[in-house]
Design a protein around this ligand. Structure first.
Ligand code: 0O2
Ligand code: 0O2
Length: 263
């Protein structure tokens, strides 16, 4: 059976991708709001192109009237993580959700594909509320590290370029690149705590700098331009070489300065 109206067929998938993107991005926002490290680095999503749907249906002998039951990745969400152990944290967050039903999981992180592909896949059933009522669709999450994503994206483009007939020498190079990506993930995991500390420090510093800047602006609005420019110079000096203790000190000095002029 041919699908007469692809636009109509794909509408619930488009809605699902948009909704799930918002939901996943808000997981990150929630962690950030609490000033905590987020296992979600960034999220992308797409609805499969009609040409790719037809190609895959052909490859797996899926009749077009069975697409909605048998093709799992018409709606696809990709969740990128900084570290390998974040992948299971994200999977656990998804397992706890009530707004989707997990059908099954495929662990290509432990069981690397012969191509070198690594990712953790979760297939879900997701209800979409349409004008004509609720419709349940299938969707696929691919959870991976930045290194896994870099490799998969490159290999995907090469497959597209060579129509799945990648020359042997390029295939070998890709295999080496997959090993390098694996090693990078391992090494990043070893220095995870240091990286997280550095990122946390950066966030704390950014917040203190933003508060100092606000205080300098308050001093200007109070007409205290000489004081404001003195603190501005001090801040510029700290930005070059200051540590967090010195930034906090400057913040409290600017607060005290403002207090002097409040009635
Ligand atoms: P931010 O934090 O401001 O960058 P849409 O709403 O459909 O237009 P969507 O899905 O958000 O957009 O766009 P897309 O192109 O799929 O990219 C998704 C998000 O992933 C975007 O962030 C990109 O900036 C981010 N992104 C893509 N590649 C990378 C990458 O290599 N590293 C990082 N850290 N982020 C990347 P947002 O949502 O626009 O927000
Ligand atoms: P797209 O949208 O072009 O990415 P398969 O094993 O791929 O024949 P199946 O049963 O759909 O078939 O399941 P699998 O292995 O879980 O693959 C689903 C998706 O995972 C693929 O979708 C890819 O996105 C990704 N994937 C799987 N293996 C590889 C790989 O070796 N390299 C890359 N780059 N991606 C892979 P599609 O259908 O290829 O579509």
């Amino acid at each position: 059976m041919a699908i007469k109206n692809w636009k109509q067929f794909l509408t619930p998938y488009e809605q699902a991708v948009e909704e799930l993107k918002v939901k996943l991005k808000s997981i990150r926002k929630e962690y950030r709001r609490k000033n905590e490290y987020s296992p979600v680095e960034f999220v992308t999503g797409r609805v499969k192109e009609v040409s790719s749907i037809l190609e895959k249906a052909n490859k797996f002998n899926i009749p077009l009237d069975r697409l909605q039951y048998e093709m799992e990745d018409i709606a696809g969400l990709r969740i990128m993580c900084q570290f390998v152990d974040d992948i299971q944290k994200v999977a656990e967050l998804l397992r706890q959700r009530r707004d989707m039903q997990i059908l099954y999981e495929k662990d290509y992180v432990t069981h690397v594909k012969p191509s070198g592909y690594r990712s953790y896949h979760i297939i879900i059933k997701y209800p979409v509320n349409m004008a004509e009522g609720q419709k349940e669709i299938l969707a696929e999450f691919q959870i991976r590290t930045l290194a896994m994503n870099f490799w998969a994206t490159t290999e995907h483009s090469l497959n597209y370029k060579y129509k799945h007939q990648i020359p042997r020498e390029i295939k070998e190079k890709l295999k080496n690149a997959a090993d390098a990506a694996f090693n990078l993930d391992e090494e990043m995991l070893e220095i995870k705590d240091e990286i997280k500390d550095a990122q946390k420090l950066f966030e704390v510093k950014s917040e203190v700098i933003s508060n100092i800047t606000n205080n300098i602006l308050t001093l200007i609005s109070l007409g205290k331009t000489v004081e404001a420019s003195r603190y501005h110079m001090l801040l510029n000096k700290l930005i070059e070489e200051g540590d967090i203790w010195e930034f906090n000190n400057l913040l409290s000095l600017t607060r005290k300065e403002i207090d002097k002029y409040k009635d």
